[in-house]
Design a protein around this ligand. Structure first.
Ligand code: GLU
Length: 281
């Protein structure tokens, strides 16, 4: 079976060296196997994504020497498909409406506001009649996955991680993740698994920060009858102080490095020095 990989950036800023690593690794893995490399623009969050960043992503990838098959898959054009997948999970009774604000969740957990927390399950225990009444009154809500019930239904989940072999995926530590919100009607987890299946992706190459989300993706694939690709999470690039690169770190954007005279070959060298060799073409 031929390899299909993809690069799936969110156009919320300019690409940095970490993105370049993901894209170059995925491109090399597909090219070396005479497979296909695809581009997906993950732009479901209209409040954070900008068309000018999509344009810049395409320019920067082209400058890096990366080419992709087909037109880029633009997530914001596929909201109805994501809705269909959410409805299927709802029909399995695996979703519930959650009315909690971030501040309420943090307070319930005794955590400072703004800290990432695992949802304590408050609305999972809400009387369905009260939930229906709140929805009828127009209260804003998110749809959350009953992760424990979903995992029990799915049974043993396994996926292949490059370098580690076959692993068992346990989605429970991630808690009841959000699959849809009022302002963003489909979540990253839902869309990424939907699109990996739709685009026929067989190998997901991405940064290690997404490794902990993988069990949820494997769970959604099983529930929705989609194939589970193999995964290859690469080490994250960090700045001089050891912090992982983020879009706010302008010094590391491909755009600024380009302007400063850095060549694509230099970018490959910088990445290889920091996280190990990128497969050569
Ligand atoms: N859109 C995600 C990001 O920019 C990447 C998703 C993925 O590769 O699974 O971080």
């Amino acid at each position: 079976m031929s390899i299909v990989t993809r690069f799936a950036p969110s156009p919320t800023g300019y690409l940095h060296l970490g993105h370049a690593a993901s894209a170059l690794i995925g491109f090399a893995r597909a090219s070396n196997a005479k497979g296909r490399f695809l581009l997906r623009i993950e732009d479901i969050d209209a409040s954070r994504c900008r068309p000018e960043y999509t344009k810049a992503i395409i320019e920067d990838l082209t400058w890096l020497g990366i080419t992709w098959r087909d037109q880029p898959h633009i997530q914001s054009c596929h909201m109805a498909d994501y809705r269909t997948a959410i409805d299927r999970l709802d029909a399995m009774d695996l979703l519930y409406p959650c009315f909690c604000s971030r501040a309420e969740i943090a307070a319930a957990m005794g955590a400072p506001h703004g800290t990432e927390t695992i949802y304590p399950g408050t609305c999972r225990r809400l009387d369905p009649a009260i939930a229906a009444d709140r929805i009828a009154h127009g209260d804003a809500y998110a749809l959350r996955l009953r992760t424990a019930a979903a995992a029990a239904r799915a049974g043993t989940l396994r996926y292949h991680e490059d370098g580690d072999g076959w692993l068992t995926a346990n989605p429970n530590p991630l808690g009841d993740i959000v699959l849809a919100r009022k302002d963003v009607p489909a979540s990253y987890h839902l869309c990424v698994t939907h699109d990996d299946a739709l685009q026929g992706v067989t190998l997901v190459t991405r940064g290690a920060d997404l490794r902990e989300a993988t069990p949820i993706h494997v769970l959604l694939q099983r529930l929705l009858g989609w194939p589970t690709p193999a995964y290859a999470h690469h080490p994250l690039l960090t700045d001089a102080t050891g912090r992982r690169l983020a879009k706010r770190d302008h010094a590391a954007t491909i755009r600024d490095l380009r302007t400063a005279g850095t060549t694509p070959a230099d970018i490959r060298k910088i990445i290889s020095c920091r996280i190990g060799p990128i497969p050569s073409l």
